[in-house]
Ligand binder design. Structure first.
Ligand SMILES: C[S@@+](CC[C@H](N)C(=O)[O-])C[C@H]1O[C@@H](n2cnc3c(N)ncnc32)[C@H](O)[C@@H]1O
Length: 321
């Protein structure tokens, strides 16, 4: 069983219908819309809270009709489907819960799913209530669990968006119990051109923009941007798309979607590209060295292919028994 602790006092907390309470029975962290709230909504992830509540169902396999999240999770983790009986999984940075859904619907694990933003509300609407799901709004830097608690720890699509990526990796490693496993991925630095990109040129201005305004700007211009992107590709100048302010459709979105569905994913991913407070890609070798430095063994760093046109820079490791 996983014990939930107060990240400030380190005292044990008890789950009640009103929230997490201390030993005197006082609720110290309330439960609201299905999630224990250990932090205020007013933090650097407010863009993600807005994004995942606005696009609650877009990337959730059971609603989108595709199997991208399922393929990705099992390709990255190598977990057996229908396995993980009596195992505990910690997922950090769960967003709207695309991987929470797969863990709950395709394994038998109990899931502790954490996000710093109000995305926990979207996750609850998508995946709750479920007796195998505990949702917590908390930060990777103040996780409310004892060290070495979980059989599996995953953090997918998150690390680059945290302010101190090395400290984030350390916090995740600390949660893995002896014999347990860590699986993480992140935006990779591939070569010196990685940051020569419209995203990194425009982000210093755009990340400060009001999020409603940014969303409206993207929605109002998305058709023209898609046309420019397609035109550049058609005339053999696809390389110019690095500088068009739109997500990298061919490299980041699953091929084969209907036009309307693809457009929704493009709007979501374009907002996701410009709005985060932090966007810090990492080298596979750097992250893998950190994971070893923090004590895991059998560390594997590789590109994992999970769809015709998609792959993820993934690091896995295990804590020795
Ligand atoms: C790009 S989203 C990915 C969400 C989900 N894993 C997915 O792939 O759909 C990154 C998520 O990380 C969360 N996040 C960022 N910093 C965090 C922190 N310090 N602690 C916990 N979650 C954090 C954000 O709120 C956001 O929901």
């Amino acid at each position: 069983m996983i014990e939930i602790i107060d990240p400030v006092t380190l005292n044990l907390l008890k789950e009640t219908q009103f929230g997490l309470s201390d030993e005197s029975g006082n609720v110290v962290y309330p439960i609201l819309n299905g999630a224990y709230r250990l932090v205020s909504n007013n933090n650097y992830t407010s863009n993600f809270g807005m994004e995942w509540n606005a696009f609650q169902k877009t990337q959730i396999d059971k609603f989108s009709g595709n199997t991208v999240s399922e393929n990705r999770l099992f390709a990255q983790t190598n977990w057996p489907k229908d396995g993980l009986q009596n195992q505990t999984v910690l997922e950090v940075g769960s967003g709207a819960g695309r991987f929470s859904q797969i863990i709950l619907d395709h394994t038998k694990a109990t899931l502790y799913s954490v996000d710093y933003s109000t995305a926990v509300e979207a996750n609850f609407r998508n995946n709750g209530p479920n007796e195998r799901l505990k949702l917590l709004q908390a930060s990777i830097y103040d996780l409310p669990f004892k060290k070495h608690s979980f059989d599996k720890v995953i953090c997918l699509g998150v690390l680059q968006h945290t302010p101190d990526v090395k400290a984030s990796v350390k916090a995740l490693v600390e949660m893995v119990k002896p014999g347990g496993e860590l699986v993480i991925d992140f935006y990779p630095i591939k070569n010196i051109l990685t940051k020569v990109h419209g995203k990194y040129i425009l982000r210093p201005f755009l990340k400060r923009m009001n999020h409603d305004r940014m969303m409206a700007l993207i929605r109002n211009n998305i058709d023209s941007l898609i046309s420019i992107y397609k035109f550049n590709k058609r005339i053999g100048l696809g390389v110019l798309n690095r500088f068009v302010p739109i997500c990298e459709i061919d490299r980041t979105l699953p091929a084969g979607m209907a036009e309307d569905q693809l457009k929704e994913w493009i709007i979501l991913d374009t907002f996701d590209m410009f709005s985060p407070a932090y966007d810090q890609p990492q080298r596979l070798s750097t992250v893998s060295n950190w994971v070893k430095e923090f004590g895991l063994v059998d560390v594997d760093a590789s590109w994992v292919k999970y769809h015709d046109n998609l792959e993820a820079a993934t690091v896995r490791g295990r804590r020795q028994l």
